[in-house]
Design a protein around this ligand. Structure first.
Ligand SMILES: CO[C@H]1[C@H](O)[C@@H](O)[C@H](O)O[C@@H]1C(=O)O
Length: 719
């Protein structure tokens, strides 16, 4: 009996750590198989000399210990090595100064606060492989890069590497509520256990900080932009302080969402008017109090006058007056005020697409220099594909930052494998033609416009308390990709996927190439089976899950018909001069080009044009036929993803293989559901047969409609 019990408890204790279910993310250092590399790395790891003992170097030390144990099966004795004998030097520029030539020193200095350099340094005739950052956090980034290169099998001690982040603030936005629900979160509950803080510190907080630091994320807004003023009370500050203290050595700053009406809700005032002296003093005191707990507090993130959130408009003030009042309170402490540009209401213009430009362009030049305007990648709302937001390039004197959505609200939530890097890359590499003829979105978000020199890329987090962090194993790749693209917005997505695959699954070339074949086309596949050719916003209402092109009721801009405008003549939203003219908000080079149905990239066709069903596409086929073919291709792509994954069964551990395999089956059902529901629905307008070469859509339209009535939980059909 005793033995049975012992066995039982041993199993309970051991099983979770043995299970390779992905909770270790891309940081699960695997034994090095290549013996030359193993020897080379073993030699270096056996002789590490750390020039510093501070908190960030403690993290470096434990990361190196863990990596060495797992990759080499050897533990490191940091005390045994003296500096001269050491083969691997790790420190900051200042500490290494005596060993750096003047030119190398200035080269490193130019990499900025978070930059790092690694390569061979000679001292007294001995060579030392050296990782050096300008600040401890830069060194930490260098160490992660070093370890990742080893894991990828690309490490070569004779190659010089220097790098620095191209965007200053690389930030996760959690849409986490104080009750631990997560708005648009599909990976369980919030990882912030407010109830147990400040006393209880969940070990996950460190794992989280470590994962973020390993991909260069240096800022986190903890709470939902649909904000709760309570987070600004003293009790919560004590909790937030614990997280901020914990994240600090990882180079991560904490931000909070500020509810604009907080002076009324927690300050006992009758107004939140930004020009009211009492309101201003409320915010000043509040802000001073936060800084008394967290001296390096990042600042506030604000959603105002959007989707019912309070804001300056209630008091007859504009966005800049609201933002500046908060920015003023933060300025003495060096804090930043991030104001979101996601605004829409049907009163301002008949086309929601236009509202942000209409509201913000007249305010350009009014914002304080510690304000950043955070703009979603597209003008509608994180749709499967959107052309870039026309505010990029239109604001000349305001710092504009990017907001991507890592959580897959409109992209299959956590049931679908959709690698988002190609979508973000498409947006980042889009030419804006403003402010200069060669401008791109990427360049705009990398270029500081104010003396504060701050640039920003934010991503709405997909992290929750699920064991594998993100619900779908492959959703980890989107968190990873976000970090990599925020670090370098010019990076190619195939580089990211290759790195992630190697770090997550290993280096076998066949494995890497097969998983790449699944990941890289997965975004296009989702666009095809959800919203091809520029269709958008036709999902189920409220929960945004599954198809709902028929959705009506409530505000016009919450219905699907508003966006697809299908009728007996054709389909699509006319945003040219004969329609809403949203196109005119882009640079003339784009507006002129895209206003022509034969010049606009077909992926944006129905975004900007209402096009006849028999319109001839570049392929020579009619629009109707192309729509049907795209939907069908989307399903076929998922089937192909399934086939490739099936072929990997023997190459991967059963747990992760099975998890993904099952989810791919769900994705297949959902892709068919989207195809069948949308095609049957659009056919009621087109009145044309489906092309013979596609799998003929099955199912009953009324049944599909019944599955997505407003606010119903997502229920999938079963085939
Ligand atoms: C936080 O609210 C979200 C809302 O849930 C979401 O459906 C929409 O995409 O965008 C809003 C926003 O970005 O503010």
């Amino acid at each position: 009996m005793r033995i049975a019990l012992l066995l039982f408890f041993t199993l309970i204790l051991v099983l979770p750590t043995q299970a390779n279910d992905g909770y270790k993310l891309w940081l699960d250092y695997q034994p090095i198989e290549n013996s030359t590399l193993k020897d080379e790395v073993g030699e270096l790891m056996n002789g590490i000399y750390l020039f510093d003992q501070g908190p960030t170097f403690e993290i470096i030390q434990s990361e190196l210990s863990l990596a060495s144990e797992k990759m080499l099966g050897a533990s490191i004795d940091f005390k045994k090595i003296n500096r001269e004998k050491s083969l691997l030097w790790i420190g900051t520029r200042e500490q290494l100064l005596p060993f750096l030539s003047a030119s190398l020193e200035s080269e490193i200095k130019n990499l900025g606060e978070e930059g790092y350099w690694m390569g061979m340094i000679e001292s007294d005739g001995a060579k030392h492989f050296t990782i050096v950052g300008n600040q401890p956090v830069g060194t930490l980034y260098g160490v992660f890069n070093f370890l990742q290169n080893i894991q990828k099998g690309t490490f070569d001690k004779n190659t010089l590497i220097s790098d620095y982040p191209k965007v200053k603030i690389r930030m996760l936005n959690h849409w986490d509520n104080l009750d631990r629900t997560v708005e648009r979160g599909y990976a369980g509950f919030s990882i912030w256990d407010w109830h147990k803080l400040p006393e209880y510190i969940d070990p996950k907080y460190k794992d989280y900080a470590r994962a973020n630091a390993s991909i260069g994320i240096n800022a986190v807004s903890l709470t939902n932009v649909n904000a709760n003023a309570l987070v600004l009370t003293t009790d919560f500050m004590k909790k937030v302080k614990v997280l901020a203290d914990l994240f600090r050595p990882y180079g991560i700053k904490v931000y909070l969402t500020a509810r604009f009406s907080a002076p009324m809700e927690i300050g006992g005032l009758e107004t939140a008017d930004p020009l009211d002296p009492e309101v201003q003093s409320f915010w000043q005191k509040k802000t001073d109090e936060i800084y008394s707990f967290i001296p390096d507090f990042g600042g506030y993130l604000v959603k105002a006058n959007s989707e019912g959130q309070p804001g300056p408009h209630e008091f007859g003030r504009d966005h800049s007056q609201g933002a500046n009042m908060l920015a003023e309170a933060l300025a003495p402490h060096g804090g930043l005020l991030i104001w979101r540009a996601f605004v829409y209401s049907h009163e301002v213009d008949e086309d929601r697409h236009k509202q942000a430009n209409l509201e913000f362009i007249p305010l350009d030049g009014n914002f304080r220099d510690n304000v950043i305007l955070q703009v979603k990648n597209g003008a509608i709302d994180f749709q499967p594909r959107e052309p870039f937001h026309p505010l990029f390039g239109a604001m000349k004197e305001t710092q504009v930052g990017m907001e991507f959505q890592i959580t897959q609200e409109y992209l299959g939530q956590a049931t679908q494998l959709v690698f988002l890097a190609p979508m973000w890359e498409e947006v980042l590499k889009s030419k804006t033609f403003r402010p200069t003829a060669n401008s791109t979105v990427s360049e705009i978000i990398q270029t500081p416009v104010s003396p504060r020199q701050v640039t920003l890329m934010a991503g709405v987090s997909n992290i929750g308390n699920e064991r594998n962090w993100t619900g779908h194993l492959f959703a980890q790749a989107n968190w990873f990709a976000f970090g990599k693209q925020a670090w370098n917005p010019e990076i190619n997505s195939d580089q990211i996927s290759e790195d992630w695959i190697k770090l997550t699954f290993g280096q076998t070339q066949e494995l890497v190439s097969k998983i790449n074949q699944i990941m890289l086309p997965s975004h296009e596949a989702a666009v095809n089976y959800m919203t091809p050719l520029g269709l958008h916003h036709i999902m189920g209402r409220g929960h945004h899950y599954g198809p709902g092109p028929w959705v009506t009721g409530g505000r016009a801009d919450w219905t699907s018909l508003y966006y697809h405008r299908a009728d007996s003549l054709g389909i699509g939203f006319d945003r040219t001069s004969s329609g809403s003219n949203a196109l005119s908000q882009y640079a003339p080079e784009i507006a002129n080009n895209w206003s022509n149905t034969s010049q606009i990239p077909e992926k944006y066709l129905l975004w900007f044009h209402h096009v006849p069903w028999d319109f001839k596409m570049k392929s020579g086929k009619t629009l109707w036929k192309e729509i049907a073919l795209h939907y069908d291709q989307g399903v076929k792509s998922v089937a192909e993803m399934q086939n490739i994954w099936a072929s990997l069964e023997n190459d991967l551990d059963a747990e992760r293989w099975d998890h993904v395999n099952q989810l791919l089956a769900v994705q297949r059902t959902e892709a068919e559901w989207w195809r069948n529901a949308c095609l049957l629905y659009f056919q009621t307008f087109s009145q044309r047969p489906f092309p013979a070469e596609i799998e003929q859509p099955a199912g009953d339209l009324d049944y599909f409609k019944s599955l997505s009535f407003p606010f119903a939980p997502g229920i999938r059909p079963s085939w």
